[in-house]
Design a binder for this molecule. Structure first.
Ligand SMILES: Cc1ncc(COP(=O)(O)O)c(C=O)c1O
Length: 483
């Protein structure tokens, strides 16, 4: 990076802020609070503003351009949702307020619970989990408690297809269960024969992602649920990909017993935006008593239509609390605003357009980029980032070269069942022009791979930083500036 860092702008005696004259007696800070050396930069306000603006411009963002990071649903989220979440009445509400003084906040939470019940086809919803993976852990704990409560104590195994999201086996094993992997068949569905071979009285349930990480709809969802139920197991559906299904298919109707939603993918909050997420869990009626406590309920003594009063309610067999206070309230407000803005038909249309956009982009690059499972995709698809006639070029080279063209790369090397995977999720908020632009770039890069592979190996050429050692950066992060 050639730009000066804030410490390099420092000039002795330069000030950015002039505090007002003291109007209280000066008193020294306790020694324990002071450091011997604290070399802060001495900079003006203009230095600071320019420094942070410049840093923000080094970043890529969905507000700059297309961000088709598969599995992350990096769609453009209307700014009005941010405005709503920042309203003083919402940001200022204290979590310890008596419910009587926070009826507006409880109304929002109750409404989002109700909308998610309707969208997912569930009997009850808890808003507590703070992210998708947290929702999965919550769901598995619910499934385990359900079996234990029934005296069914020998169940210690969870089945997870190889096309599931990486968090699925991780959250399952975090809950202390043995994970058994189920392979996919030639069409990218769960292999039913392999599934049948694994169901037995040790099985807590199955956790699967639908649409799966290949971007494909599980064609035998109901049969999968029947097979798992036949041994007394439960079915966990990872609903983080509801962006393909909302308003079209209700997982609860297809036999899914428990599922999390990713509000920070499907319902407005940006995913991976550095802020909190939210992973509400929906359950079928037989699991409703196990949801994490508390959830928001209508006071049975109040009139739902004329004078509703909302209370916190602890389900009788609850697994307990999984999060401090009431969940990620700001994210819930964004989801509420988004759902109210779109309404029933708008939500369905968003899912339809997400699927249409993915299929359009796939049709533009199919034949050039190898497609391991040649089917209509849902909201995303996975191609191979490799070419027979350019054997030295890898998915990573293609991803880095995309940066040179000013667009964000897709997810690469995931899912693991596709070699050199490029997982592309354009989302519904991209126009035909931006999809065409992305397809043109991908086709151009495929041609470059054959004509001048070195160009790809050395990419990116015009980014603020070149290729980083990502493993070392993650394992040994340098988080502070030092000469
Ligand atoms: C399919 C799927 N499942 C689970 C998750 C995990 O969600 P989170 O990142 O909120 O933990 C994600 C995240 O993108 C996902 O795409």
């Amino acid at each position: 990076m050639s730009e000066p860092l804030i410490y390099e702008l420092s000039a002795s005696g330069r000030e950015g802020v002039k505090p007002p004259q003291l109007d209280v007696p000066e008193s020294p800070l306790p020694k324990t609070m002071l450091r011997e050396a604290l070399p802060l930069p001495e900079v003006s306000e203009v230095d600071v503003v320019r420094h942070y603006l410049r840093l923000s411009q080094l970043n890529y963002a969905i507000d700059k351009g297309m961000y088709p990071l598969g599995s992350c649903t990096m769609k453009f989220n209307p700014k009005v949702n941010e405005v709503a979440a920042r309203l003083g009445g919402f940001t200022g509400v204290h979590p310890w307020l008596d419910p009587e003084a926070a009826q507006g906040a409880l109304y929002i939470m109750y409404s989002v619970q109700e909308y998610l019940k309707e969208i997912g086809g569930f009997a009850a919803v808890s808003l507590q989990p703070a992210a998708g993976a947290h929702g999965e852990l919550t769901g598995v704990l619910i499934m385990r408690k359900y079996h234990l409560d029934r005296g069914d104590t020998a169940r210690d195994t969870i089945l997870v297809p190889d096309s599931a999201h990486g968090t699925n086996p991780a959250s399952s094993s975090m809950s202390g269960l043995r994970v058994v992997e189920i392979p996919s068949d030639a069409r990218g569905n769960i292999d039913l024969q392999a599934l049948r071979a694994q169901v037995c009285e040790r099985v807590v349930g199955l956790m699967f992602t639908n649409p799966n990480t290949l971007g494909l709809f599980e064609e035998h969802t109901e049969e999968v649920a029947d097979i798992v139920h036949s041994c007394g197991g439960l079915v966990y559906g990872d609903g983080a990909n509801m962006n393909a299904l909302a308003g079209i298919m209700r997982p609860g109707d297809a036999g899914i017993d428990v599922m999390h939603f990713n509000l920070h993918k499907t319902f407005s909050t940006p995913h991976g935006g550095g802020g909190p997420g939210s992973g509400p869990v929906g359950v079928a009626a037989h699991l409703a008593d196990y949801l994490p406590a508390p959830i928001v309920a209508l006071d049975p003594d109040s009139s739902p239509d004329e004078d509703p009063f909302f209370i916190f309610y602890d389900p009788p067999k609850s697994i307990g609390r999984v999060k401090a206070f009431w969940g990620q309230f700001g994210v819930i407000v964004r989801a509420y605003t988004y759902m109210r803005m779109l309404g029933e038909t708008g939500l369905r249309q968003a899912a339809e357009h997400a699927v249409l956009n993915a299929n359009y982009l796939l049709s533009r690059i199919k034949g050039v980029y190898p497609l391991p499972y040649d089917r209509i995709c849902k909201h995303e698809f996975v191609v191979e980032g490799r070419f027979k006639d350019a054997p030295d070029v890898h998915a990573l080279d293609i991803a880095k070269r995309l940066i040179d063209y000013g667009v964000h790369p897709p997810t690469n090397y995931f899912p693991l069942i596709v070699p050199e995977a490029l997982m592309i999720e354009p989302t519904e908020t991209e126009s035909k022009q931006s999809l065409d632009n992305y397809a043109d770039i991908l086709l151009k890069i495929a041609a470059e791979a054959r004509e001048n592979p070195q160009l790809l190996h050395e990419a990116p050429h015009n980014a603020p930083v070149r290729r980083l050692d990502e493993v070392r950066a993650a394992r040994n992060p340098v988080l502070r500036y030092a000469h």
